[in-house]
Design a protein around this ligand. Structure first.
Ligand code: GDP
Length: 301
C-alpha cells in the first residue's frame, strides 16, 4: 500500500531539497504536486483540501522559509498533517487497539461486506486476544444466509485454538448471538466475537439485520472490516455503516496488496471512526496495530 503515493511525494520533496533556499512560490508549486499525488492515490477531495491548506498555512511562515533547511521543515509539516489525517495527534491514544474495558464476556461485533475479510479478521483477532492478551475467546458466526460461512469460522477457530459456538441450524442471528452470550457468561469467557453476515453490496436488508443484531447484543466494540483495495468504495461503505449501524472502529484489510492508500487517509475525516487494526495477509498472524505516525513515515519514507 502507498507505493505510488510514496514515490511521487519523495520526488516532490527531493526537488525541493535540491533548491536550498525556498520562496513562497516554490512551496506553492510543491503543494500543487502534493495535491495531485494525493488525489491520484484516491484520497477524498475534502481531506486533500484540508491537508494542503494546513500545510500551506504552516509552511509559508517566515520562520520555515528562513530556516537552515526549509525543505526538511516542509516535509515535517506534511508528515504532521498526514499523522493528523490518519487520526493521530493529541487525545487520540485511547482509541487505538481493541477496547476490552467492560464486564466479561465483552461482546465484539464484526460487520462489513462479504469478501472484505471479516471472517478471517475475526479469527485473527481471536488468535491475538488468546496469545497476546491471554483472553478466553468464543467465536460465533451469525451468518445464517451462507452455511459455509459458519463452517469457515469453525475452521478458523480451530487454527486460532479458540472455541467456536456449536452450529444449531434454524436459529436467527439474534438467537445465535443470545446463545453465544449465554455460553460466554456460563463458561466464563472474556470475549465473545460475533461475526455477522455480509452481502456483496450495501442494501437495506443487510443494514437492518446488522442494526437489529447490534441492538440485541449491545456490543462494546463494533468493528467494521473494509478492503483497502476497494479505495473510495471502502470509504463509502464505511460512511454507510457509520450512518446506519454505528461503528467504534475500522479494520482495514489487504494492506499487503498494492492499494493506493487513499481510503486509509480519508477514513477518519469521512467517518469519524478510528482505524484500529490492519490486515496484512491471509495468515492468522497477519494483523497489525494501526499507528498513524508509522504509516506517515511509511508514506514519506
Ligand atoms: P468475508 O466474506 O468478509 O468474511 O471475507 P473472508 O474472511 O472470507 O476473506 C475473503 C478472502 O480474503 C480470503 O481468501 C482471505 O484469506 C482473504 N483475506 C482476508 N484478509 C486479508 C488480508 O489482510 N490480506 C490478504 N492478502 N488477503 C486477505
Amino acid at each position: 500500500m502507498f507505493e505510488a503515493l510514496s514515490s511521487k511525494l519523495n520526488g516532490v520533496f527531493d526537488r525541493l531539497r535540491r533548491r536550498g533556499a525556498l520562496s513562497e512560490a516554490d512551496v506553492t508549486e510543491a503543494l500543487r504536486e502534493v495535491r495531485v499525488a494525493l488525489l491520484e492515490a484516491d484520497v477524498a477531495l475534502p481531506v486533500v483540501r484540508d491537508l494542503v491548506n494546513k500545510v500551506r498555512e504552516r509552511a509559508v511562515g517566515q520562520e520555515v522559509l528562513r530556516s537552515v533547511s526549509p525543505a526538511q521543515q516542509v516535509v515535517k509539516i506534511v508528515n504532521d498533517a498526514l499523522v493528523e489525517a490518519l487520526g493521530g495527534g493529541e487525545g487520540d491514544d485511547g482509541k487505538r487497539g481493541i477496547d476490552l474495558n467492560a464486564p466479561s464476556p465483552v461482546p465484539i461485533l464484526m460487520v462489513g461486506l462479504q469478501g472484505s475479510g471479516k471472517t478471517t479478521t475475526s479469527g485473527k483477532i481471536a488468535l491475538r486476544l488468546r496469545t497476546k492478551d491471554r483472553k478466553k475467546v468464543l467465536l460465533a458466526s451469525l451468518d445464517v444466509h451462507r452455511p459455509a460461512a459458519q463452517l469457515q469460522l469453525q475452521t478458523l477457530a480451530q487454527q486460532a485454538e479458540v472455541t467456536s459456538l456449536p452450529i444449531v441450524p434454524g436459529q436467527t442471528p439474534i438467537q445465535i448471538a443470545a446463545r453465544a452470550m449465554d455460553v460466554g457468561r456460563r463458561e466464563l469467557y472474556d470475549v465473545v466475537i460475533l461475526d455477522t453476515a455480509g452481502r456483496l453490496a450495501i442494501d437495506e436488508a443487510l443494514m437492518e439485520e446488522v442494526a437489529q443484531v447490534k441492538l440485541a447484543t449491545n456490543p462494546h466494540e463494533t468493528l467494521l472490516v473494509v478492503d483497502a483495495m476497494t479505495g473510495q468504495d471502502a470509504v463509502n461503505t464505511a460512511r454507510a455503516f457509520q450512518d446506519k449501524v454505528g461503528v467504534t472502529g475500522i479494520v482495514m484489510t489487504r494492506i499487503d496488496g498494492d492499494a493506493r492508500g487513499g481510503a486509509a487517509l480519508s477514513m477518519r475525516a469521512v467517518t469519524g471512526a478510528p482505524i484500529k487494526l490492519l490486515g496484512a495477509g491471509e495468515k492468522l498472524d497477519a494483523l497489525e496495530d494501526f499507528h498513524p505516525d508509522r504509516i506517515a513515515s511509511r508514506i514519506l519514507g
